[in-house]
Design a protein around this ligand. Structure first.
Ligand code: 5GP
Length: 178
């Protein structure tokens, strides 16, 4: 296996603070609800809202890709719905990474049906080289072209979410652990 650090914890911290400043400015005096997409977004979301200077509510959804070939099928299923109503609220979806774009375009369409006042997306990473549906996040932490990344909430077989840095991993042998 090959692995290298792509974004250190210091670089991440600085970028998250910048995003939080922009978002805080945009959502002043608004009724903000931040919706995290489980599980990958939980660390980014926790850091982001603690760096913001405005109040917000939080809620979570969980999504699963289904059909043969997991993330690449393009079919998405909501496996945990919101606990609260978003009607008339300013909603900010927080996601770990945009890859094919299928998950977020599904979620945005799903949530639009609930009549939020506004609906935007903040993604920690934007993997631009693999889009299958056209999708642009409103706020992006870092842009990468391609490759498999882990850490800062992103997993490899449910491990590595707790890594404080983001790693680029390749050539993973069968049964190999990070
Ligand atoms: P999309 O629907 O945009 O293809 O995929 C979104 C989901 O795929 C992300 O929320 C994430 O769970 C997973 N994913 C996509 N790329 C990566 C990656 O490089 N590393 C990890 N750990 N998960 C990824």
């Amino acid at each position: 296996m090959k692995k290298e650090i792509l974004f250190t914890r210091d670089v991440i911290e600085k970028r998250v603070r910048e995003l939080a400043r922009v978002i805080s400015h945009e959502y002043q005096e608004r009724d903000l609800i931040v919706i995290g997409v489980l599980k990958g977004a939980f660390i980014f979301m926790a850091d982001l809202i603690r760096s913001m200077s405005i109040p917000c509510r939080v809620d979570f959804v969980r999504l699963a890709s289904y059909g043969a070939g997991a993330a690449s099928t393009g079919k998405v299923l909501l496996t945990k719905d919101l606990d609260t109503s978003i009607r008339g609220k300013d909603v900010l979806i927080v996601e770990d990474i945009v890859d094919t774009g299928c998950t977020l375009s599904f979620l945005v369409n799903w949530l639009k049906e609930r009549d939020p006042r506004t609906l935007k997306v903040c993604a920690f990473l934007d993997k631009r080289g693999r889009r299958r549906v056209s999708f642009e996040a409103d706020y992006v932490g870092f842009t990468i072209e391609d490759g498999f990344v882990v850490g800062y909430g992103l997993d490899f077989n449910e491990m590595s979410r707790f890594f404080p840095d983001v790693w680029l991993v390749s050539e993973i042998g069968e049964g190999e652990q990070l």
